[in-house]
Write a protein that binds this ligand. Structure first.
Ligand code: AMP
Length: 281
């Protein structure tokens, strides 16, 4: 595995692979790897001849007061994991390599970025789209892989790719979880013991909604109330950011579960803000 820190060097390597008729998969990450990242990288490896993993804690997707400085990092461990997952290149630029001091061009997908996580993280998806477009322009991958844990991010990236006719296929992997159901996240390290004990209740609440929906409950307000009532009992340390049911592609709120319906949530637990989602239909 080769390690790159400069965009122009990664671009030269990717150009050389393409000239050699080798397809390229890109797996964008912020590092501090867990089994979800490993699955993401292995999925990328299966989709193309060459796998590029990017590791960049992108400052522009963190708002004021968020955890940019505290975000967990372990570059040496991450290098070993990326290599073991078959990465041919690890792109780990520093901030200056990605953002000129007077950087001012931004990519926005406002209709899909306003709700869900966007409501409490107003600059987040603008930062995500901008850095992902930059990564696409640098590596020019045939395929890029994203996790369904960040469902809104995935929907926004798909829309950006469609609306800009970007020549990249977007692939996704399902949510990878701890045995007790907690979605893996680099931010899980923030959880104190009692918080970690309650965290699996996030998933259990969503599973309750799914069970009710499968049993015929179509009314979103009743589904939400059932989950919130359960969390009031089982997740007292949690502070609700949102619990919403939306169309999985348009992310528009829906009131009645019909064909496509995604229940998504964000819960603050101590210092962590945890997200999860489930397809009801
Ligand atoms: P991050 O490093 O947290 O920005 O995540 C990098 C990529 O891995 C994103 O596409 C995430 O959606 C994906 N990812 C992170 N955690 C998980 C998980 N538990 N299951 C599936 N994908 C994940």
């Amino acid at each position: 595995m080769r390690i790159f820190t400069k965009p122009e060097d990664l671009r030269a390597q990717c150009d050389a692979w393409r000239k050699n008729d080798e397809s390229i998969a890109l797996a964008p990450t912020m590092g501090f790897y867990h089994a979800g990242h490993e699955r993401l990288m292995r999925a990328g490896k299966n989709l193309a001849a060459r796998l590029v993993v990017s590791l960049f804690v992108n400052p522009s997707q963190f708002g004021p007061g968020e955890d940019l400085a505290a975000y967990p990092r372990d570059l040496e461990r991450d290098k070993a994991i990326a290599a073991a997952c078959g990465a041919d290149a690890l792109f780990a630029p520093d901030q200056e390599a990605m953002y000129a001091p007077d950087h001012c061009a931004w990519v926005e997908v406002p209709e899909l970025a306003a709700g869900l996580c966007g409501a409490s993280r107003p600059v987040h998806f603008r930062g995500v789209c901008t850095v992902v477009l930059k990564l696409f322009m640098i590596a020019n991958p045939d395929v890029a892989v994203f996790g369904e844990k960040d469902w809104q991010q995935l929907a926004i990236i798909r829309r950006m790719v469609r609306d800009f006719n970007l020549p990249v296929r977007i692939a996704s992997i399902p949510i990878i979880r701890e045995e007790d159901g907690l979605a893996l996240s680099s931010r899980n390290v923030y959880l104190q013991k009692d918080e970690r004990g309650q965290a699996p209740e996030i998933r259990r609440g969503l599973l309750l909604a799914k069970a009710l929906s499968d049993a015929g409950e179509k009314n979103v307000s009743r589904l939400r109330q059932a989950v919130l009532a359960r969390w009031a009992q089982t997740l007292p340390l949690g502070r609700l950011d949102y619990l919403s049911v939306v169309h999985p592609e348009s992310l528009k709120p829906i009131e009645t579960v019909t064909d496509g319906a995604l229940m998504a949530c964000a819960i603050r637990l101590g210092k962590a803000r945890l997200i999860d989602n489930i397809l009801l239909k």
